[in-house]
Design a protein around this ligand. Structure first.
Ligand code: GLN
Length: 189
C-alpha cells in the first residue's frame, strides 16, 4: 500500500523514514491527485494555521475528506491532529480545517513553560513496552464525541484517540526510532 505524507509544511521526512523502516511504500503528496492516489494519508506536525491555509489554497481539504469517506486511514500528528478536529479551542478565527473527527482540541495546551518534553506512555493497541512520546508545543484533546476511542492519556489528559479510520496523536511518533505507531496505523487499512 502507498502511504502519502502531506507535504506542504512540517515534519514530513521523518514520517517517510518511519514508514520506509517498516518496508511500507511512502511518498510526499501535495496535490489533490496525489492525495486521491494514496491508500492512506499522514498529516504531520508543524504549524496548523499555516498547513490549513496552504491546504485551502491548493484545494487539498476536500480530497482528504474524500479519502476518509472512502474508508482509507488518516493519521494526524500534533498540528495534523488539530486540523482533523471538529472543534478547535483558541484557534485563529480564519483557520481552515478538515472538521472530520469528533474531538475538541486545545492548541499549545502545555503552555510556554513546558514547550517540549518526552515521556513514556501506554497506548491502547500497542503491546509491549510503553511508547516514547515526544511533545512539541503540543495540543491535547479536551473532549471526545460519538464513537471516538481514547487510546492514550498523559497526566489525565487525552493525547491519542481513534475514530474508525482516523488516528489522532498529540505527540510525534516519527521522532523516535520506534515505528510501532506507524505499524498500527498501516494496519488500520
Ligand atoms: N503548536 C502547533 C500548532 O498549534 C503544533 C505543534 C506541532 O505540530 N509540533 O499548530
Amino acid at each position: 500500500m502507498a502511504v502519502g505524507v502531506l507535504s506542504v509544511q512540517g515534519a514530513v521526512r521523518e514520517h517517510l523514514e518511519a514508514l520506509a523502516s517498516l518496508g511500507v511504500e511512502a511518498r510526499p503528496v501535495r496535490t489533490p491527485q496525489e492525495i486521491a492516489a494514496s491508500n492512506a494519508l499522514i498529516i504531520p506536525g508543524g504549524e496548523s494555521t499555516t498547513i490549513g491555509k496552504l491546504m485551502a489554497r491548493y484545494g487539498l481539504l476536500q480530497p482528504v475528506r474524500d479519502l476518509v469517506a472512502a474508508g482509507k486511514p488518516l493519521m494526524g500528528t500534533c498540528a495534523g491532529m488539530i486540523l482533523m478536529a471538529k472543534n478547535i479551542q483558541n484557534s485563529a478565527a480564519d483557520q481552515p480545517s478538515l472538521t472530520l473527527m469528533g474531538i475538541t482540541v486545545q492548541r499549545n495546551a502545555f503552555g510556554r513553560q513546558v514547550e517540549s518534553f518526552e515521556t513514556d506512555i501506554e497506548v491502547k493497541g500497542i503491546d509491549g513496552r510503553p511508547v516514547r512520546a515526544v511533545f512539541i508545543r503540543a495540543p491535547i484533546i479536551t473532549a471526545v464525541n460519538g464513537d471516538v476511542e481514547v487510546l492514550a492519556t498523559h497526566q489525565g489528559r487525552i493525547v491519542a484517540a481513534r475514530q474508525r479510520n482516523m488516528l489522532a496523536l498529540a505527540f510525534h511518533p516519527e521522532l523516535t526510532d520506534d515505528s510501532r505507531v506507524h505499524e498500527y496505523f498501516v494496519k488500520m487499512g
